[in-house]
Design a protein around this ligand. Structure first.
Ligand code: HEC
Length: 213
């Protein structure tokens, strides 16, 4: 019915967005540029393109204002930190919802320097050094650098000992109540990394289980 009218309205809109020059009167906008017979028309910039360009300018100004004058509230660094924070929370929530995610069976030995350094730090701050000494040579607790083990060597056994403790009455408590899975993993990895080192005053070997890494 009024298809024609609609079409012409649409066409009008298209024309207003392109501002294309009529083919018949191209002469009016012909420049004197002539490249081997190829000539150039001096068309206006199509409005649809120009509007897109204006939008990018507006976004650019908005962004500039946000980043350079509103850095208190917004900065890439803060945005990054907030996302990392959120990610950590999600990981913690996931771990809390899946308590069996890490257990003695699937605990992994860490060997990277950063983890071993953290393990070393924990060994000192969580009072392990009081009974095993800082060089792991042993005093109240056994020497942890030799290849004789009371409760078994290797990641699984050591993680298990640190988590569940030693034989009753010996003084090695179960740490799973006070140390997180990660902390026990870092400590166990650190202990393994120290095997074979030479402490200043090594305590005599204890235990019948022989294990070397
Ligand atoms: C109060 C003293 C004491 C503290 C503190 C202590 N331990 Fe022990 N640890 C012992 C004793 C004693 C044993 C031997 C247990 C046994 O004979 O059953 C032992 C055994 C171990 C073993 C097993 C050694 C083997 O030969 O099988 C590991 C591994 C260990 N401790 C790691 C740690 C870590 C890690 C910490 C710190 C989070 C720690 N210990 C803190 C006293 C201690």
């Amino acid at each position: 019915m009024n298809d024609k009218k609609q079409l012409s309205a649409w066409k009008k809109f298209l024309n207003s967005m392109t501002k294309a020059h009529d083919l018949d009167s191209e002469d009016e906008i012909l420049t004197d540029h002539d490249y081997d017979g190829i000539k150039e028309l001096d068309n206006v910039l199509p409005p649809w393109w120009l509007y897109g360009f204006y939008i990018t300018i507006a976004i650019g100004i908005f962004y500039y204002v946000q980043v350079f004058t509103n850095a208190e509230e917004y900065s890439q660094e803060k945005e990054y930190a907030a996302e990392v924070e959120e990610g950590k929370k999600e990981v913690e929530a996931y771990k809390a919802a899946n308590p069996d995610l890490f257990n003695t069976d699937n605990i992994e030995l860490l060997t990277d320097a950063a983890s071993l350094n953290k393990g070393k730090e924990l060994f000192a701050t969580k009072t392990c050094t009081a009974c095993h000494l800082a060089d792991l040579g042993g005093s109240i607790g056994p020497n942890l650098t030799d290849d004789k083990w009371v409760l078994g060597g290797g990641m699984k056994n050591i993680f298990n000992t640190v988590s569940k403790g030693g034989r009753p009455g010996k003084g090695m408590i179960a740490w799973e109540g006070t140390l997180s899975v990660e902390e026990r993993q870092l400590l166990s990895s650190y202990i393994i990394s120290m095997q074979g080192t030479s402490p200043a005053n090594p305590k005599a070997e204890e235990g019948d289980i022989i294990w070397t890494k």
